[in-house]
Write a protein that binds this ligand. Structure first.
Ligand code: SAH
Ligand code: SF4
Ligand code: F3S
Length: 488
């Protein structure tokens, strides 16, 4: 799952939630007279953003309107991320700013949601005295009850994780949408236990959502004029449904021959809603991505030719320490399969971590050489940040000095910048089908959209508008953006 707030800026026009955002995603103005106002700010990955839309739906039902200005809010929610230390620090700094607003408006209530809430639990209330409410990712249905508790002057905490909760029946309130693309969560949690990662602890066990409810949400979005859905999960390739969301129950049901929907089946079902509805998905796990998924992408023109396939490292020993359960050769085999089955121009992106425990200089070179081999279109790159409670924190020393982690990170970024430019240059002279997302920020006479491989394309507006599919002849590019001209 890509994060919204990245350590490394991506030099693109794009400001939507698929790419780097320098500010958190916040709620819009939508309240009626007399309503209490909720302000919600989301950090971290698309999944968290999608959760904020579920929270907004629950709060709307409780009679709360939304505001985009926290100073005038009755209730402030920060939906938080724990993935790296820096992500948590950002939230703590933000709380200091909000504290100043609360001084002016003492009745303001402050709630911490999401992964930091789950990681720190009631400890958060001791550490940050201004917080009234701490709610983990599986406990949002309990929000109305918890609000009642804080309204009575008490503090409230619910951080119970669930094996079944998928919020399947809740219609999200689209918070920061451009009206063209929307996220749909298809599963929750993660069972993978990568040694560096806090997500299995903050999000709980993996479970899949009823495909009927996913299809209904996608159909509804299409009926409302949306043209693109992104299916979200920490590991979408392990999506499986056999009548139960609990993973164990699903495995039992599969054993006794109950019909099963896997990720390839789900992709096909969504793609068949309409050829005018684009389908994207994130995140694919290299150990689980199957040829069946790749053939399904190939079969449907509206399933985008773009795969986010985080490698994390290019060295097999480091991958083993990371508990990624594949090695370099396996990863390369999956990339070769993508190129063979879908084609050379399928976009591939990655996440890379530099300076993981005991990583040697030679092993770091393996990451660089993997990046050269794959020639990624795009990458999210991070210096390793030890997270308390993870397998790596328990078993290995965080022994690579920060300056070395950073130097390796800088080297990884240099290779990626070069490859991004190289991959973009391959589009020059080609005609790409672009879904228009809106007006370009730099020039009001230009439109901004994406091609199938997720590249941002800028071109003169003419008579086109948001939501149109436009064939664009690519004439120029930077490392982050393609520039072109529409053709009739
Ligand atoms: N489910 C996705 C990843 C979700 S977290 C997957 O398996 O690929 C997003 C990214 O944050 C990860 O891919 C990883 O590159 C990075 N990340 C996670 N934990 C980290 C840590 N402790 N330090 C640095 N980067 C980390
Ligand atoms: Fe974290 Fe690994 Fe799960 Fe991704 S697959 S969320 S990196 S544990
Ligand atoms: Fe996402 Fe951050 Fe949680 S990346 S799952 S919000 S730790």
């Amino acid at each position: 799952m890509q994060e919204l707030i990245k350590d490394i800026p991506v030099f693109s026009e794009s400001t939507d939630s698929k790419s780097c955002a320098t500010a958190p995603i916040i709620s819009k103005e939508n309240s009626q007279n007399g309503q209490r106002k909720l302000y919600i700010e989301s950090y971290g990955c698309q999944m968290n953003f999608s959760d904020s839309e579920i929270v907004s739906a629950i709060m709307q039902k409780e009679g709360f309107g939304t505001t985009s200005n926290y100073a005038e809010a009755d209730l402030v929610f920060l939906n938080t991320c724990s993935i790296r230390e820096k992500a948590e620090q950002t939230v703590r700094n933000r709380l200091k700013e909000i504290q100043a607003a609360k001084k002016k408006k003492p009745e303001m209530l402050i709630g911490i949601l999401g992964c930091m809430a789950e990681r720190l639990k009631s400890k958060f209330l001791e550490e940050e005295k201004i917080v009234d409410l701490v709610v983990g990712p599986d406990a949002y249905r309990d929000l109305p009850m918890l609000i009642k508790t804080v309204d009575q002057g008490q503090k409230a905490v619910n951080v119970l994780l669930s094996r079944e909760e998928t919020y399947a029946d809740i219609s999200p309130v689209r918070l920061n949408s451009n009206g063209v693309s929307a996220f749909i969560s298809i599963m929750r949690g993660c069972d993978n236990m990568c040694s560096f990662c806090v997500v299995p602890f903050t999000r709980g066990r993996e479970r899949s959502r009823d495909p009927e409810s996913i299809l209904a949400e996608a159909r509804q979005l299409f009926a409302e004029g949306y043209k693109e859905v992104t299916l979200l999960g920490q590991n979408v390739d392990s999506y499986k449904w056999a009548g139960e969301s609990d993973k164990k129950a699903t495995e039992e049901a599969e054993k006794v021959g109950k019909p099963t929907v896997n990720f390839a089946n789900l992709l096909a079902l969504i793609a068949e809603i309409s050829p005018d509805l684009r389908v994207r998905f994130s995140t694919s796990h290299p150990k689980d991505i199957t040829d069946e998924v790749l053939y399904t992408i190939k079969k449907y023109e509206n399933i985008c030719n773009y795969i986010h396939l985080p490698a994390q490292s290019g060295n097999s020993r480091v991958l083993e320490l990371m508990n990624r359960t594949y090695d370099r050769a396996w990863y390369i085999d999956r990339v070769d399969a993508i190129r063979r089955i879908i084609g050379q121009d399928c976009g591939i992106s990655t996440d890379m971590i530099t300076g993981f425990c005991t990583e040697t200089e030679e092993e770091h070179q393996d990451t660089l050489s993997l990046m050269e081999y794959v020639s990624y279109d795009f990458a999210y790159m991070f210096a390793y940040s030890e997270r308390p409670g993870t397998l790596a924190a328990k078993k290995y020393a965080d022994d690579i000095p920060l300056d070395i982690k950073k130097r390796r990170l800088a080297e990884v970024i240099v290779v990626q910048q070069r490859n991004s430019l190289k991959r973009n240059q391959m589009s020059i002279g080609k005609i790409e089908k672009v879904l228009v997302e809106g007006i370009s920020k730099r020039n009001p006479n230009d439109l901004k959209g994406r091609d199938s491989s997720n590249k941002v394309v800028i071109f003169p507006k003419k008579h086109y508008k948001k939501g149109d599919y436009v064939n664009v002849l690519i004439k120029d590019c930077s490392a982050a953006t393609l520039f072109g001209e529409s053709i009739e």
